[in-house]
Design a protein around this ligand. Structure first.
Ligand SMILES: Nc1ncnc2c1ncn2[C@@H]1O[C@H](COP(=O)(O)OP(=O)(O)O)[C@@H](O)[C@H]1O
Ligand SMILES: [Mg+2]
Length: 389
């Protein structure tokens, strides 16, 4: 049977989707009681009796506590915060949630790469976009938040245990094309099945964002696990400034699944920056094009969400072969059609995330030749360097 501290720790994974904090931190866990034969009873205090997210809490609490060793069943019941308690909660909410101040301070843009389901090429896009952004002169990091199915180490060709700096920060690995990389895969035995429970998962992701020495970056791309589960919630809570990039395949079914990721984003108020359609069409060596996964889903999703379609990436064997060998096609063979499409998408990302306004600077190069036509019209009074008109 777990201790009540262990149960509390597990309950940290239950996030209030509106307040974006754990119900433990919000003081919403009223009681933890232990019954016979592994039964645990949890009482959660809601802000209002008719709380629309009651079901969410019921499921999330049962899941978080049910996963602990020795727990056979979980009972979840609710009461309502008193007026006093509500006031104290409001007071506490006056403080910003999320990461401590200063973490990621030197990262200009955080982009969460998400999809409704697995296998649509989210990791491939993360890896190749990170390489393309770096190659275009924008220092970029890639953080593998797909803790169950991490594939970034393999795709970016780096895998060893990271070092820890004197300031006790985890140093990201740097891949051959200059991307700073972090993955749970660096810390576990190869191919080990990783079983994460809510709180550990929350902690691991938090640690990646907080304790990794990312340094100065223009972009940090986070490869999210497929779907809209715990990790997405955690990230939304930790990174209110992050933006979501949705990867989908062209068929209508995938698009409606991808829409769920967008709905999640709306619920936690993360901005969707755009859609990338991957595996859109295959062009055979004879030039004939096959729409293997259908057509148009990316544009439809983008229209529905009213965000730009940032790229359509064709199905291409070389993209897959490179990924399997730890190479990014976008930098290895930038002229390949799929690589060009990825670079175009990277430019779309750059265009929609202004990092700094261009400053006027003194002209460089040789002076312009004098005009050989007389200037006509009325001379405007211009203040000269000496201050007289
Ligand atoms: N445009 C593409 N053309 C060919 N193969 C692709 C393409 N995009 C992804 N793949 C391959 O499909 C598989 C699944 O992609 P992956 O990026 O791992 O998906 P996800 O991260 O969404 O689960 C990988 O083997 C990858 O190399
Ligand atoms: Mg993946």
């Amino acid at each position: 049977m777990p201790t009540s501290e262990q149960v509390t720790e597990a309950l940290r994974a239950v996030i209030d989707p509106e307040l974006r904090q754990s119900i433990v931190d919000l003081g919403m866990v009223r009681a933890i009681e232990f019954g016979d034969a592994g039964r645990v009873e949890i009482v959660v205090s809601l802000t209002t009796a008719g709380c629309p997210i009651r079901n969410h809490f019921e499921q999330a609490v049962a899941e978080a506590v049910g996963g602990l060793d020795g727990v056979s069943s979980v009972g979840v019941s609710f009461d309502v915060l008193s007026a006093d308690e509500k006031a104290r909660l409001q007071e506490r909410l006056g403080r910003p949630s999320g990461l401590p101040e200063g973490a990621l301070a030197q990262v200009k843009n955080v982009i969460c790469v998400a999809s409704g389901k697995g296998g649509v090429g989210k990791s491939t896009m993360t890896a190749n976009l990170a390489a393309a952004l770096t190659a275009q002169g924008y220092p970029t990091g890639a953080c593998d938040c797909d803790v169950y199915g991490y594939s970034i180490p393999r795709m970016l060709g780096v895998n060893r245990r990271p070092e820890v700096s004197a300031e006790r920060k985890i140093m990201p690995l740097v891949n051959p094309t200059g991307i700073k990389v972090m993955s749970i895969g660096f810390f576990v035995e190869e191919n080990a099945a990783v079983v994460w429970r809510g709180p550990m998962l929350h902690k691991a992701i938090r640690q990646f964002l907080e304790d990794v020495e990312w340094g100065e970056l223009d972009y940090l791309l986070l490869d999210l696990p497929p779907g809209t589960g715990d990790v997405s919630m955690t990230l939304a809570q930790l990174l209110p400034q992050g933006k979501l990039l949705i990867v989908t395949t062209p068929q209508p079914a995938a698009q409606s699944v991808a829409k769920r990721a967008a709905d999640m984003a709306a619920k936690v108020e993360i901005e969707v920056m755009g859609v990338i359609e991957n595996m859109s069409g295959f062009t055979a060596p004879d030039g004939q094009r096959f729409a293997i996964f259908g057509e148009g889903g990316g544009q439809e999703l983008a229209d529905e969400l009213d965000v730009p379609l940032l790229g359509t990436i064709p199905l291409a064997e070389n993209l897959r072969v490179c990924a399997d060998n730890g190479i990014t096609l976008s930098t290895d063979n930038p002229n390949a059609p799929a690589a060009q499409a990825i670079h175009a998408a990277a430019r779309g990302i750059i265009a929609s995330t202004p990092t700094a306004l261009p400053l006027m600077s003194a002209p460089t190069g040789p002076p312009l030749p004098p005009l050989d036509v007389p200037i006509s019209g009325t001379a405007l009074p211009v203040v000269q360097a000496g201050g007289r008109a």
